[in-house]
Design a protein around this ligand. Structure first.
Ligand code: CAA
Length: 398
């Protein structure tokens, strides 16, 4: 029997989205005072107020599993046949980080698990790849996770743009939060704007060049997107950007408006991107997760009903790959948001002194493969308990 392929008309996209960040932060004023920098450089010039700090017993696995856990409520976990884990804070050169998460969440063995890497872009690749799978198997679901800890050298220009967070998205056919549009502009070019060789714990970055690349690729991908769709800047009420620091997204948006001959009043500017930056401003850069932290922030904090509105989305990963795409918010989406979880996590973080921040920074993870137990800090439902025989040992806290 010949079955009709309905994939071209079926909607696929984000069915549920969950955010998690570490339970500690440093206020950027504290960092500014120690560095002898005017506080407004960080608060206004960079646009960051707080930076999430992952304690020694929290890593990309525990952040990811803590983000993903609430998504499993009310679904059959064996419907998840694909888990894609996007990160540039890999803990192993060989084994995929998602396999630890797969076990912690108790997912079915009939599941493909892979780790994806392309700097901050790879979660977007995961989302698009998952949609292809769902077009062929609309009864299945994919779990797409982005989890990162952004780390630069102490007292370097990048230090103020550290942070950490994870996003977990259930991706399905007939999604309840956002249907992703088919059209998309994307761009790759071999550049060295930000990278981390295998032998280093901290990223290397050509900071000013990286900001120029970000803007240039936004212009390339928007142009392609526009040619494909015929949509104009005015067709969007809201945009979400990759947010290495919130001023970067603001500058990108101003640039896009200018390229489209749109004069942004402060009110229009605030309406179009303001709410998408609330979470990023107080967590810092979360690399692969940051665009989706921005989307979560927009959805959680906008009182007005965004149902049927098209949101512009820009993903940038240094090195570099960029993509401009869009999605339409599904009517009734508010019933499926996890906003109170997210606010609870953000409101209950503990503030660190500068010395505590530096102690955590220097703790690192021992590299001798010996037996280590990690001190007990505040974490979510999972923690990295220790290392034994070169193996990471995770445990469930509650
Ligand atoms: N009050 C208000 N503003 C102030 C100020 C004050 N007292 N002092 C300085 N400023 C302003 C500056 O005028 C400047 O504004 P403009 O950008 O509008 O000129 C802003 O604060 C930043 O100051 P500097 O340019 O002097 O900052 P810096 O050179 O010390 O560091 C940076 C900036 C290069 C971006 C650095 O933070 C960095 O290297 N970050 C990491 C790389 C990065 O995030 N790149 C982004 C694109 S790449 C990407 O997106 C991928 C990714 O996630 C890494």
């Amino acid at each position: 029997m010949i079955t009709q392929n309905t994939s071209s008309t079926m909607e696929t996209g984000i069915d549920k989205i969950s955010f998690y960040t570490a339970q500690y932060y440093i206020d950027m004023k504290t960092l500014a005072d120690v560095r002898g920098v005017d506080r407004d450089k960080y608060y206004v010039g960079i646009g960051q107020e707080r930076m999430s700090v992952a304690p020694p017993d929290e890593d990309v696995i525990t952040l990811a599993a803590s983000a993903a856990k609430p998504l499993l409520e009310g679904i059959n976990p064996s419907d998840i046949e694909l888990l894609l884990f996007a990160t540039e804070t890999g803990i192993d050169q060989s084994k995929a980080a998602g396999i630890y998460v797969h076990r912690l969440l108790g997912l079915s063995h009939r599941c493909r698990v892979v780790e994806l890497k392309q700097a901050c872009y790879s979660c977007t690749a995961g989302l698009q790849m998952a949609r292809s799978l769902l077009a062929a198997h609309p009864d299945k679901k994919a779990l797409i996770i982005a989890s990162d800890v952004a780390r630069y050298e102490l007292d370097s220009p990048g230090e103020a743009t550290q942070g950490c967070a994870a996003i977990a998205m259930l991706v399905s056919a007939n999604p309840r939060i956002m249907a992703i549009d088919e059209e998309s502009g994307y761009y790759t070019e071999d550049v060295m704007d930000f990278w981390r060789p295998n032998y280093r714990d901290e990223a290397l970055v050509d900071g000013k060049f990286s900001t120029k690349q970000y803007i240039a690729t936004l212009e390339h991908t928007w142009k392609q997107y526009q040619e494909q769709t015929g949509r104009s800047f005015g067709d969007f009420k809201h945009f979400c950007y990759h947010v290495p620091f919130s001023k970067m997204a603001e500058k990108a948006h101003q640039r896009l408006a200018r390229a489209n001959n749109v004069k942004l009043t402060p009110e229009l500017f605030e309406q179009q991107i303001g709410r998408s930056l609330i979470y990023n401003r107080i967590t810092g850069n979360s690399y692969t997760a940051s665009l989706y932290v921005g989307l979560t922030s927009l959805l959680d904090s906008t009182e007005e009903d965004l149902g049927n509105q098209r949101i512009g989305l820009f993903s940038y990963g240094s090195g570099c790959v960029a993509e401009f795409f869009s999605g339409v918010v599904i009517p009734g989406y508010k019933d499926h948001l996890l906003s109170s979880n997210h606010l609870n996590i953000l409101d209950n973080r503990a503030e660190l002194t500068y010395q505590q921040y530096e102690d955590i920074y220097h703790f690192g993870v021992p590299k001798d493969g010996g037996d280590h137990s990690f001190p007990l800090y505040k974490t979510g439902p999972y923690r990295l308990a220790g290392i034994k025989d070169h193996k990471r040992l995770y445990e469930t806290v509650s």
